[in-house]
Design a protein around this ligand. Structure first.
Ligand code: ZN
Length: 82
């Protein structure tokens, strides 16, 4: 199938790697590239916010573990010293 080159408007096969008239890459490859980039951006921000949330979620977890170990240590250490 022939498509119009977006650069020189010549008829170019949609399977051609680039326009034989002006050498422009097909619009499709441009589009898939920008999709890949925006997909990467979204994944990066998702990972970024996941790390932010995880670091906030880790604070109460550390507090609970510290409190639990303090309580357990406070209960166990007098027993161990008997
Ligand atoms: Zn062209």
């Amino acid at each position: 199938m022939l498509i119009d080159c977006y650069e020189c408007k010549a008829k170019v096969s949609d399977t051609a790697a680039s326009c034989p008239h002006c050498g422009a890459l097909p619009a499709d490859s441009d589009r898939s590239l920008s999709v890949a980039v925006s997909d990467l951006d979204m994944k990066f921000s998702t990972i970024f916010w996941f790390l932010i949330k995880a670091s906030f979620a880790a604070v109460p977890a550390v507090v609970v573990l510290y409190t639990a170990s303090t309580i357990i240590g406070g209960v166990l250490s007098p027993l161990l010293h008997l």
